[in-house]
Design a protein. Structure first.
Length: 286
C-alpha cells in the first residue's frame, strides 16, 4: 500500500488511521513511503510514525519500504545517487517516522553523475548498520539495473526488490526485465497498476484508449469485477510480481482492492483480448 496520497497534514489523523487499520485487518503487510509524500514533503512519514504504534499489529508483521533519489520533479539533480544523498535521506526518514530501521530501502532512479560502485556501497553500508534490512532499485532501466545489481552482488548485499511502473497500458517490463528478476530471485514491486487514464495524445490515441477501456470493462463484468479490480488482478497474475502499490482514498476502496488480489486467474480468451489490442493501441499512439 502506497502512502503517496491522503496521508499529508491536510487530512485528519483519524481518517488516516481508519485506512491503515483497515489495511492491516484486510491482510495488507507492505507499506511504502517516500520523502516527498505529503503535503508537505515528509508529512506522510511523520503521520505513519504517529499512527503505527496504535495499529493492531506488531512491527515485525509488516514490511515498510522507503526510497531516496531523484524525486518527482523533472530536472535531474546531480549526485542523487551519492553516498551522502542516500544515507542522509534515510536518516531523515527514520527521524520523521521515529523508527530505527526500514525493511526495504530503494535507490530511486539511476544517477549518471555518481559511480555505480558508490551507490552500491552506500546501500550496503545502510544494511550493515542495520538501518535497512534489504535494498532495492526503483525506476531503473534494464541496463542500469544490471550495473548496480552486479556491484551489490560483489559486496554481498544482493538486490531484493525492484520497483517499476507496470499496467495494462505500460508493459515494458515484460520484454526482458521480468525474466531477469525471476532468474535472480528479485521481487518486483509494481506502481501505476491502477492507472487506467491511458493517454490524451492526439491523432486517435485517446479514442484507442477509450475502446481498450470498453473492452476491459466488458471483461471485468464477466469476471464480476470493476475495471480497476480487473487491472489489479491482471497485474498480480505475473509470477514475478510480489507486491502492487495502491493508494486507497477510503477503507471501502481498500477492501475492494484486496478482494481483487484473490482473483488472479484469467481465461485464455480474456488474456488474448487484452494482449491482442496492445499493438493496435501502441500503433495509434505513434
Amino acid at each position: 500500500m502506497s502512502l503517496k496520497d491522503h496521508f499529508g497534514h491536510d487530512r485528519p489523523l483519524n481518517s488516516m488511521y481508519r485506512i491503515l487499520e483497515s489495511a492491516v485487518t484486510s491482510g495488507v503487510t507492505h507499506f511504502d513511503l517516500a520523502p516527498h509524500y505529503g503535503p508537505p514533503h515528509g508529512a506522510a512519514e511523520e503521520n505513519f510514525g504517529r499512527l503505527l504504534h496504535g495499529l493492531h499489529c506488531r512491527r515485525e508483521e509488516i514490511v515498510l519500504s522507503a526510497r531516496s533519489g531523484n524525486g518527482p520533479k523533472s530536472e535531474c539533480l546531480a549526485g542523487f545517487g551519492s553516498r551522502k544523498f542516500l544515507m542522509s535521506s534515510l536518516h531523515a526518514t527514520l527521524r520523521r517516522t521515529g523508527l530505527d530501521h526500514v525493511d526495504v530501502f530503494y535507490a530511486h532512479r539511476y544517477d549518471p553523475f555518481t559511480p555505480v560502485e558508490e551507490t552500491a556501497a552506500a546501500l550496503e553500508s545502510l544494511v550493515r548498520q542495520g538501518k535497512a534490512l534489504y535494498v532495492g532499485l526503483s525506476g531503473y532501466t534494464l541496463a542500469a539495473f544490471r550495473l548496480v545489481s552486479e556491484a551489490l552482488n560483489d559486496l554481498g548485499t544482493p538486490v531484493t526488490a525492484c520497483r517499476v511502473t507496470y499496467s495494462v497500458f505500460d508493459r515494458w517490463p515484460e520484454h526482458a526485465l521480468f525474466s531477469l528478476l525471476q532468474e535472480q530471485g528479485v521481487g518486483c514491486v509494481v506502481d501505476g497498476a491502477l492507472d487506467l487514464t491511458g493517454t490524451t495524445d492526439p491523432d486517435g490515441a485517446e479514442a484507442a484508449d477509450g475502446e481498450f477501456l470498453r473492452r476491459l470493462e466488458s471483461i471485468s463484468g464477466e469476471r464480476g469485477q470493476t475495471p480497476v479490480q480487473c487491472a489489479l488482478s491482471w497485474t498480480l497474475r505475473k509470477q514475478s510480481v510480489t507486491s502492487v502499490l495502491a493508494s486507497p482514498v477510503s477503507s471501502g476502496e481498500l477492501v475492494e482492492h484486496c478482494a481483487a488480489a484473490a482473483q488472479t486467474h484469467f481465461t485464455e480468451t480474456h488474456l488474448s483480448i487484452i494482449d491482442g489490442f496492445i499493438p493496435e493501441l501502441e500503433k495509434r499512439r505513434q
